[in-house]
Design a protein around this ligand. Structure first.
Ligand SMILES: [Zn+2]
Length: 545
């Protein structure tokens, strides 16, 4: 008996939709997928019907609009995932609630064990609109060290934490950091910049096995919002292993492009040794997990950004630079010679100017580098001269409107209205011809459509509209968030648009963002998300096979 060969399975999925915006200039009505890839597109609803077989899942999504899944150019998925394992003080709405949650965690902890909080809280969500004090934390938790990191650049601690880290009344501030004091010289419990890491080094966090599980659930929350790729904005070598475990076990629901931390606390030689020790170089990995490059942090956040002009609320302060420019130039030159891409956090205009000096010196040493090799992360406060210089020298910029959305009120207090209104002037960057890639950097799952709405309206969470003249169109915002990030990741031939031969990373919406009133985008959620032909978010089983 002979068996007929099985019918060639041409398509795994045939999806037809109201509109399929490629983000490469075309709009289709149907798309065919095989394995992890897009293999066919058609402007006709039924243009691919003859590629379907009995094994093809036919998805008739005539009311939906498909876009490439979002690619976040700068977000901290590891921190956001770890947060889910820590004391969830982001849910506190007063100082008393926050200290109460910390005290409760201390009761359950081993004697003397560290109490670590989620870092995605902010004092603006507390009734008192201020940080908890050392005295308040001491009263709540006298005998366990407490480290309450808030975002990436600030923390509050209790006396036990200062003692555990060996910080006394006379301990000097670390380079690029500040250990806060009250007017009488005693400690106030606030840590800024490098001081956060100085204390965090003593505080053991969740272990690798726990992190692996957290990355699975953490990445699922981003997939549920339509995200397909996250450029992971800073991890350690140990954390890279957790990512590799998660990828091996099929737990990742987004593609991850990690940046390896090169800390400013290192000497020049130690930084270069760390880079050498990484062994690989940028681009190592596979479609799910591929190392983007190195991450350096040149200045602080809202509280520590290096500015040309003093802070509005503190005329003696204009922020801080964490790196000596000459040392940073040597480290970056060595890294570029070894094939590493580098992204450097630079928020204030003085930091951006210093970073341009460093990057230009690197290019003078090693010669011209491909686009998106030396990258400015944030570049929030700039003027036309700095922007022109970045464009002329070929340094791309990752832009994160949600930081203004989230921290607009704090920026108004700290930097004043004039600088706040011109934070992340996307219209100016676009007009200057900059390489741009959009992302979030809020260290928790953030709806990309809220980000698009913000880029288009300049609306914020609690500071009203800031600098409406710097808005861009929905189409441009979507481009920066898809094809823009694919170029940043050196993957524009594999990702970023709905094009045959590229990976099948798609997101579906119940309305067409390019045709809708932008006001309707602020809370728009996806119907389904697919990464590499696999459903990563599909609560209504559109993609069930
Ligand atoms: Zn960041």
């Amino acid at each position: 008996m002979t068996r007929e060969p099985a019918e060639p399975r041409l398509l795994d999925y045939l999806i037809s939709a109201g509109a399929i915006h490629s983000m490469a200039g075309q709009t289709y009505r149907s798309v065919g997928l095989r394995g992890a890839e897009i293999v066919a597109v058609s402007p006709d609803l039924h243009g691919l019907d003859d590629l379907a077989s009995g094994d093809t899942a036919v998805v008739d999504a005539g009311d939906l609009t498909l876009l490439p899944a979002f690619a976040d150019s700068h977000e901290h998925l590891m921190e956001a995932s770890r947060n889910t394992l820590l004391v969830p003080v982001d849910k506190a709405r007063s100082v008393a609630e926050l200290t109460g949650m910390v005290a409760e965690a201390a009761q359950a902890a081993a004697p003397g064990g560290w109490i670590l909080t989620s870092i995605s809280w902010h004092e603006s969500n507390l009734a008192e609109k201020r940080l908890p004090t050392l005295a308040e934390l001491d009263a709540a938790v006298p005998d366990h060290p407490v480290l309450a990191r808030r975002g990436g650049h600030l923390a509050v601690v209790n006396s036990a934490a200062l003692a555990a880290a060996g910080i006394g009344a006379d301990t000097p501030d670390p380079p690029g950091g500040k250990i806060g004091r009250l007017a009488d010289g005693s400690r106030d419990g606030m840590l800024e910049g490098g001081a956060v890491y100085q204390v965090a080094a003593f505080a053991p966090g969740p272990g690798r096995a726990q992190l692996v599980g957290a990355l699975g659930t953490g990445s699922a929350a981003y997939a549920a919002l339509g995200v397909g790729t996250i450029r992971e904005a800073m991890i350690t070598v140990d954390e890279l292993l957790a990512y590799q475990d998660a990828a091996d076990r099929g737990l990742l629901n987004v593609r991850v492009r990690p940046m390896m931390r090169v800390g400013s606390e290192l000497t020049e030689d130690a930084a270069i040794a760390l880079i050498d020790g990484l062994g690989a170089r940028s681009g190592f990995g596979d479609d799910w997990l591929r190392i983007w490059g190195l991450k350096l942090v040149l200045d602080g956040g809202v509280e520590g950004a290096a500015m040309e002009q003093p802070y509005a609320n503190d005329p003696g302060n204009s922020g801080h630079l964490n790196w000596d420019p000459a040392a940073m130039t040597k480290v970056c030159t060595a890294a570029a010679r070894r094939g590493w891409r580098i992204g450097t956090h630079a928020v204030g205009d003085r930091a951006v100017r210093t970073l341009l000096d460093v990057y230009e010196a690197v290019v003078a040493e090693v010669g011209p580098l491909p686009p998106w090799t030396l990258v400015i992360e944030h570049g929030m406060v700039t003027d036309a001269a700095l922007r022109d210089r970045a464009v002329r020298s070929g340094f791309g910029v990752t832009v994160q409107y949600p930081v203004l959305w989230n921290m607009g009120s704090e920026m108004l207090d700290t930097w004043g209205p004039e600088r706040t209104q011109r934070v992340t002037p996307l219209d100016q960057w676009v007009a200057a011809g900059a390489d741009l890639a959009a992302g979030t950097d809020v260290v928790r799952p953030f709806n990309p459509m809220t980000n698009v709405w913000g880029m288009v309206t300049r609306g914020t969470k609690s500071a009203g509209v800031q600098g409406p003249e710097h808005a861009i169109s929905v189409g441009t915002a979507l481009e920066l968030y898809t094809i823009g990030t694919a170029a940043l990741n050196h993957e524009q031939d594999r990702l970023g648009s709905i094009t045959p031969g590229k990976l099948a990373d798609l997101v579906a919406y119940p309305l067409d963002p390019l045709a809708a009133d932008p006001r309707d985008l602020a809370e728009l959620s996806p119907v389904f998300t697919m990464v590499g032909g696999r459903a990563t978010h599909d609560p209504r089983n559109w993609l069930a096979r």
